[in-house]
Design a protein around this ligand. Structure first.
Ligand SMILES: C[S@@+](CC[C@H](N)C(=O)[O-])C[C@H]1O[C@@H](n2cnc3c(N)ncnc32)[C@H](O)[C@@H]1O
Length: 293
């Protein structure tokens, strides 16, 4: 397989890619006001959810010319409660409830104790403390308004989600993965992801996917579980096709694409993450070699 993995700003790097060449775009952008990956001015640090949504939709509009007319786009996006921010990170623990050294180090480097959300004058409407902002839905509607066709709102349910300390609402246990296309006719291999039905025949897996989160040992805190990307790569791209992740992070899309016989283009602005992704890729290659031999 041939992969193009580069460190830098996606909207600059994409200019080196051939127009109408990408079969599948799968990614998870930085969520609004959740984390500090790279500092001032980065995506996710906008003053309001509205400016975030319009910047994010602009971002995907700019990538459109590089997609094949038959391409699929899968975007995983999480929500934010207004008024929440740094607090959660003070209690950041692993699955057993312990704060590991890695997590302490990550927190030190990528999180802040000052609230990430800018002070917005509360208007008694959207911006009041404790409000679930519905950012994923607002983003999907904005994309529709710009001409993207929404085919599915997949619910990625996380069975292993750790209990939150909240006492006046339910713990959030899912995220959205939106499936967009550019035209009514597009590539889609449903057979590749069918599951066994009760009558023994393969059936459509439906739009709620129960997939455990997969913690990694490196610096990043928001990596995709490989299983989630596997499903999307299998149904959303042909064998030997080109899969693109414009927010590569720890390189999950790259590793899964290689394993499933797809070429990957991955861009990541943070040098630490790209180095980690490269190490992870090398290790996965070594593991594959030892499995074969
Ligand atoms: C939610 S994380 C992606 C995690 C990824 N799905 C994984 O499995 O590790 C978003 C990533 O986007 C990167 N990023 C933010 N702005 C970017 C830009 N303009 N160009 C490239 N990467 C960017 C961040 O550094 C961060 O690593």
């Amino acid at each position: 397989m041939q992969h193009i993995i580069m460190n830098g700003d996606t909207l600059e790097l994409i200019k080196q890619i051939e127009p109408e060449s990408i079969d599948l775009l799968v990614t998870s952008p930085p969520y609004w006001a959740k984390r500090v990956y790279n500092g001032e001015g980065e995506i996710g640090s906008e003053e309001t959810p509205e400016t975030y949504i319009s910047r994010l939709a602009d971002f995907f509009d700019e990538l459109k010319p590089y997609l094949k007319p038959t391409a699929n786009v899968f975007i995983n996006l999480g929500d934010t409660y207004f008024g929440s921010g740094a607090g959660a990170w003070k209690k950041y623990v692993d699955e057993d409830g312990n704060t590991t050294q890695t997590q302490k180090d990550r927190k030190e480097k990528y999180f802040t104790t000052t609230p990430l959300q800018p002070k917005i004058k509360q208007n008694g409407k959207l911006y009041q403390n404790k409000q679930l902002l519905l950012i994923p839905s607002r983003f999907a509607i904005e994309m529709q308004d710009r001409g993207w066709i929404l085919r599915n709102d997949i619910i990625w349910q996380k069975p292993n989600r750790i209990p939150a300390s909240v006492t006046d609402r339910l713990n959030n246990t899912y995220e959205h993965v939106f499936h967009f296309v550019l035209h009514r006719k597009y590539f889609y291999n449903l057979d590749a992801i069918k599951i066994p039905g009760t009558n023994g025949k393969p059936k459509n897996p439906g739009d709620v996917w129960a997939i455990n989160t997969q913690p990694l040992s490196g610096p990043h805190t928001a990596s995709f579980p490989e299983k989630l990307i596997e499903q999307i790569v299998l149904c959303g791209s042909p064998a030997n096709g080109i899969v693109f992740d414009p927010f590569l992070g720890t390189g999950t899309t790259w590793i899964v694409s290689e394993r499933l016989g797809r070429n990957c283009i991955g861009f990541e602005i943070n040098n630490d993450f790209i180095s980690f992704a490269k190490e992870r890729y090398e290790k996965s290659q070594q593991m594959n070699c030892s499995k074969v031999s």
